[in-house]
Design a protein around this ligand. Structure first.
Ligand code: SF4
Length: 367
């Protein structure tokens, strides 16, 4: 038998950082990187016990569910190395133009039946300009809003003017999905047809329009732990409300097709570190969950995840929604919200809506 020695000092250091976050403090980049570099399963499970406490402190037992509709598939002009929908690679993924109202309405009905808070319209193209197609998109968002079943979110690529963002807000978009994908340093390894700054600029227009930001990245693309750490701090700096963590599902035909999968403990540790850095945000486990985590999927909540993408992904399959709902029930987690307006992310707010909130009072006395 070979065993790695357990470092007793690490236990104390993880606890100190955990307590700091729990009472409303923040950890530094160096402290976070130290957490990202923990190696043994004893240390990682120790870390998970704290990320679980932090999630419970700021999120209670609520889990935010999202689903997506691939509103325009394939033939994308961009060369993102992980993506099956790029026209630069031969992947056999489906191609079609912008969807009709019916499939979107059906997605809303289905989502509502499964306690899903938000449905996102996702389009495979570089970005948006004004014109008839943009008018059609706004119309689809208005229809979703009028249906009143779920929150209409969109992920429509790069935006180059404030007017577009303002018109989306006017149509009823509450949250826009736009991942940073990885650290600024690693980004050119994922895409060369647009830049990290193009993405930040888009987020700037959206925030100015009053639209909430869903932005995260993909792990397992060949980036270092420092890249993951820097991505989390970048997401903190832009004020992302929802942080999707995707785990690369290597697609044959793409440049990342032969990437080695990340070990399960590395994935869980990454989620936990994100929870330490982003204690109040929705950390959502999105693409690549089932294929990479298999039987360990339920551990994402202990690692600090507070949101889950359910239903199929853009071009790959997920496990059935019923299985996800059962997993939540078994863990005592609740996907049902009266309204999810992100008020639990405000400094000092836990979002429970109670006039005398025990969590807020505790935080106030601890500071
Ligand atoms: S990730 Fe988006 S922008 Fe990049 S190739 Fe895929 S669809 Fe196009």
């Amino acid at each position: 038998m070979t065993a790695k020695l357990v470092d007793a000092n690490n236990h104390g250091k993880i606890a100190t950082l955990g307590e700091k976050v729990l009472i409303g403090g923040q950890i530094s980049r160096d402290e976070a990187l130290w957490l990202f570099n923990l190696e043994t399963s004893a240390d990682i499970l120790d870390l998970l016990s704290w990320s679980n406490r932090i999630r419970e402190q700021f999120k209670g037992n609520k889990i935010h569910l999202c689903s997506i509709v691939n509103a325009k598939a394939g033939a994308c002009s961009e060369n993102c190395s992980f993506c099956s929908q790029s026209s630069h690679y031969q992947t056999g993924s489906p191609k079609y133009g912008f969807v009709d109202p019916e499939p979107v309405a059906e997605a809303g009905e289905e989502a509502n039946k499964n306690s899903v808070t938000a449905v996102g319209l996702v389009a495979a193209w570089k970005g948006l300009n004004e014109g008839p197609l943009f008018d059609e998109i706004c119309e689809r968002v208005r229809e979703m809003k009028a249906q009143g079943k779920t929150r209409p979110d969109v992920s429509l690529g790069i935006i180059k003017s404030q007017k577009i963002a303002d018109r989306l807000k006017e149509a009823g978009v509450e949250c826009y999905g736009h991942n940073l994908e990885s650290s600024r340093r690693f980004f050119p390894n994922t895409c060369t047809t647009h830049t990290f700054d193009d993405r930040l600029e888009t987020i700037g227009y959206l925030k100015k329009a009053g639209i909430k930001i869903c932005s995260g990245g993909i792990i397992g693309m060949g980036e270092t732990r420092a890249d993951r750490c820097d991505l989390a701090f970048e997401l903190k700096a832009i004020g992302a409300n929802v942080v999707p963590v995707n785990i690369l599902n290597p697609i044959p035909g793409t440049p990342f097709a032969k990437n080695e999968p990340l070990p399960v403990m590395e994935i869980l540790k990454t989620i936990a570190c994100f929870r330490f850095i982003l204690p109040r945000q929705e950390i959502m486990i999105a693409g690549g969950r089932t294929v990479n985590l298999r039987d360990a999927q339920s551990m994402i909540f202990m690692a600090g995840a507070s949101a889950l993408m359910v239903g199929n992904y853009l071009t790959t399959l997920n496990q059935p929604v019923e299985k996800d709902l059962q997993m939540l029930k078994d863990l005592g987690l609740d996907p049902n919200w009266d309204s999810h307006d992100f008020s639990d992310q405000e400094e000092g707010g836990c979002g429970c809506g109670k006039e005398k909130c025990e969590t807020e009072m505790e935080l106030a006395t601890a500071k």
